[in-house]
Ligand binder design. Structure first.
Ligand code: NAD
Length: 354
């Protein structure tokens, strides 16, 4: 085994079903008493339910969390937190709401408790993407990492089947890129394989029966492990491309990850034989071929495969290829324009990866 560095992120995790009832204990543990609850408008019901769990002892509810963490919304939330005398933030929702919690916490030092309700994994990372003046910038800082995460399987029951599928593939993408990260290590490899196995085996069941408790437990467990991968090692072509495509052409986050992943893996495949072998073991029905396994999984999940289905125009393919090669970053295979353009074209058209 080669020498390696493993640097785990500190953080407390409470995992299970009905665990949201432990929020009062977690609040006492931190010696805080006036949390500001954060949600999207769509999930205000989840925030109201939290208020009940806390017997109404909250600073308030701010329900305007928005995709890509716009800084004007953060400014409003900060003012509200100050006016209400909040001494902490509790974010309940997906990556968008957790992003707002991180943005408030890193600016104020207030403790942040996360209650994730999708599989995106932001709760496990010290990374924050924020949008100002239409430009999204991402930074990493240990102070961004939430201190406490409560995973409650019950809260994922309302995540619609289609969103569960794409959110789950978004999580698998973190694990896949962790397998071939420049700073990967044996511990992260174990988490990546375990997380991929858990999601790949539970997501098809969720699509057929979204209220299956056993499949929901497995998927959330997998999402946690995959989120840990994202927060621990560097990501490359897949995440960089999705960031470019999402930011430049306003494409939806999880759906973009789902359309791009098989093509990104296929691009890197010649340079990552060991990761491909491991991935084959993690994907059921792969028959010794990880790309085939992923194609089968995506067809079982009945997801849309083409970026054109989300409004990307054919003429954007060249623009995306130009942006993708203009920002150098580490990737196992050199970033070359012609094959990158073909990767993007295939993802745009929704062709199966080869
Ligand atoms: P999201 O948070 O935008 O949620 C999408 C919609 O689904 C929202 O309206 C939300 O309220 C709703 N929703 C969430 N959970 C639900 C549930 N259980 N039941 C019903 N509705 C529910 O989606 P996402 O994919 O979780 O997050 C995407 C955002 O997170 C992007 O901006 C992305 O860049 C960011 N992200 C950041 C990181 C990081 O490490 N910084 C990691 C992953 C994603």
């Amino acid at each position: 085994m080669d020498a390696f560095v493993y640097s785990p992120n500190p953080g407390r995790v409470v995992f299970g079903t009905g665990t949201v009832k432990q929020l009062p204990d977690e609040i006492s543990r931190l010696n805080i008493s006036a949390p500001l609850l954060l949600s999207t408008v769509r999930q205000i019901g989840h925030a109201e339910a939290l208020k009940e769990v806390l017997n109404g002892k909250i600073a308030g509810i701010f329900s305007d969390a928005t995709m890509h963490t716009p800084t004007d919304i953060t400014d409003r939330a900060l003012q509200y937190a100050k006016d209400q005398g909040a001494d902490s933030v509790v974010s309940i929702g997906g990556g968008s709401t957790i992003g707002l919690g991180k943005a408030i916490s890193v600016r104020t030092g207030l403790p942040h408790i996360c209650i994730p309700t999708t599989y995106a994994g932001s709760e496990m990372t010290p990374i924050l993407g924020e949008t100002a003046g239409g430009v999204k910038k991402t930074r990493s800082d240990p102070n961004i990492l939430p201190g406490t995460v409560i995973y409650d399987v019950d809260l994922t029951m309302t995540l619609p089947a289609a969103m569960s599928a794409t959110s789950g593939v978004n999580a698998i993408a973190h694990a896949v890129e962790a397998l071939y990260a420049r700073n990967t290590n044996p511990i992260i490899n174990i988490l990546a394989i375990e997380g991929t196995k858990a999601l790949a085996s539970s997501l098809p069941e969720i699509v057929e029966n979204p209220s299956s408790p056993s499949a929901r437990v497995k998927a959330l467990y997998g999402a946690w492990l995959c989120g840990t991968c994202l927060g621990s090692v560097g990501m490359s072509i897949h995440h960089k491309l999705c960031h470019t495509l999402g930011g430049s052409f306003n494409l939806p986050h999880a759906e973009t990850h789902t359309a791009v992943l098989p093509h990104a893996i296929s691009y890197n495949a010649p340079k990552i034989p060991e990761a491909m072998k491991r991935l084959t073991e993690a994907l059921p029905e792969s028959n010794g071929d990880a790309i085939h396994g992923l194609n089968v999984l995506l067809s079982r999940l009945k997801v849309k495969r083409g970026l054109k289905d989300f409004g990307m125009k054919e003429e954007d393919i060249d623009k995306a290829a130009d942006i993708a090669v203009s920002n150098p970053y580490w990737n196992p295979r050199e970033i070359e324009r012609a094959p990158i353009r073909e990767l993007i074209r295939r993802a745009w058209a929704g062709e199966p990866a080869r």
